[in-house]
Design a protein around this ligand. Structure first.
Ligand code: HMG
Ligand code: MG
Length: 334
């Protein structure tokens, strides 16, 4: 299906847009669709489809696209073609294509693919660390420190994740103080920012606030990103809670794809289309072409033969399909 851009009539000037827009002039979106979005899919997505998805996301205006992971293919087969993906994508000079790295072996493989940025991912819970990395939190931190040191020596930027920050599928609630402590350790490794992952999407605005109050004892807001899975539909309100604390980077996944094979009950990430629509409404500049983004979401959902998880994508596509000539897009022009 092709969308005619002329059909878009920008409406909705949401109340409050001016005040939030002046406090949050711009928000950095870190797209995780090609990695987090696809890693949990049982049907193998051919390399060319992954590459085309990355190209479509870049063409929609996304500047940070986590494109592959170099984990053990015995653990996540879907991500086993990381080398081919990284070698096949036509990189745009202003786009960052980070990759996920579990250990020094993965790093050495990725390094040969001309990477500029990696992401490491210790867990905030002991049980999840065992399931996801086959080692304790402490051992994981040791391994990731080795990876980070090597990458920094090689001139490669390092981003850190901490997973299960708002709850663990095996241990339940996680103490905000514990998350602050591990965040500090990850920053001490030289990560330029730490993305706090609600891996199973159980957080609420209240639990985000409690966590942020602790985390901001050890880091300034510019060092923190938020990564929400949207299992309970709380992703956007959780983000709003984060924005109140000065957070300016958020992770999301096109079409709301995502999940972790080792986190029981994890569902898709906050959908990038929903995020962009939300930000337009707040008057926050994203420089994303929502129509192209919706097309990228349709492309991958159609390939996977599953409905999109993004309500914005569904609403926009339905309007076009039914030939309605008006579509409500929250406008960033106030
Ligand atoms: P292990 O089995 O303990 O590792 O797994 P091992 O060192 O014993 O190696 C086992 C085999 O894998 C060996 O092969 C290794 O060579 C090979 P064999 O000798 O049997 O033929 N191997 C590798 N091959 C290629 N690349 C590698 C690699 N490493 C080992 N890098 C390991 C330990 C960490 C490797 C494993 O547990 C693993 O790969 N885990 C990753 C699981 C994963 O990808 N989870 C999803 C990502 S995390 C996430 O989604 C959360 C996040 O989005 C944030 C949030 O939502 O909160 C980031
Ligand atoms: Mg995730």
């Amino acid at each position: 299906m092709r969308f005619d851009k002329n059909l878009l009539v920008k409406l909705c000037k949401l109340s409050g847009a001016r005040s939030i827009a002046s406090a949050v002039p711009e928000l950095r979106i870190y797209e995780v669709g090609p990695r987090d979005g696809l890693q949990n899919e049982s049907k193998f997505v051919p390399t060319d489809i992954k590459v085309e998805l990355i190209h479509k996301l870049a063409s929609a205006g996304l500047k940070n696209i986590e494109s592959a992971s170099f984990v053990s293919p015995k653990w996540v087969k879907q991500m086993s073609d990381g080398v081919d993906v990284m070698n096949k994508i036509k990189r745009q000079p202003d786009v960052n294509y980070p990759v996920l790295i579990p250990n020094i072996k993965g790093y050495e493989i990725a390094k040969k693919c001309n990477i500029q940025e990696i992401a490491i991912f210790p867990a905030g819970s002991e049980a999840f660390s065992q399931k996801n990395l086959n080692c304790s939190v402490e051992e994981g931190l040791k391994r990731f420190k080795e990876v980070a040191e090597q990458a920094i020596k090689d001139g490669i930027r390092v981003r850190g994740y901490v997973s299960c920050v708002l709850g663990c599928p095996y241990e339940g609630p996680i103490s905000p103080k514990a998350i602050a402590k591990i965040t500090e350790e990850v920053l001490d490794m030289g990560c330029y920012e730490v993305s706090l992952g609600d891996t199973i999407g159980v957080g609420t605005a209240g639990s985000v606030r409690r966590m942020m109050q602790e985390v901001l004892h050890v880091a300034t807001p510019d060092k923190i990103a938020l990564h929400f899975h949207d299992t309970y539909g709380q992703g956007l309100s959780n983000l709003l809670a984060g924005l109140e604390f000065g957070i300016r980077t958020v992770d999301s996944s096109v079409s709301g794809l995502g999940g972790c094979p080792y986190a029981r009950g994890a569902s898709g990430n906050l959908a990038t289309e929903d995020l962009v629509y939300f930000l337009y409404g707040l008057g926050v500049n994203t420089n994303i072409d929502l129509v192209k983004l919706v097309e990228a979401g349709r492309f991958i959902s159609n390939f996977l033969a599953k409905p999109t998880e993004s309500k914005v994508n569904r609403a926009i596509a339905d309007r076009f399909k039914n030939n309605h000539d008006i579509i409500a897009i929250a406008s960033c022009t106030t």
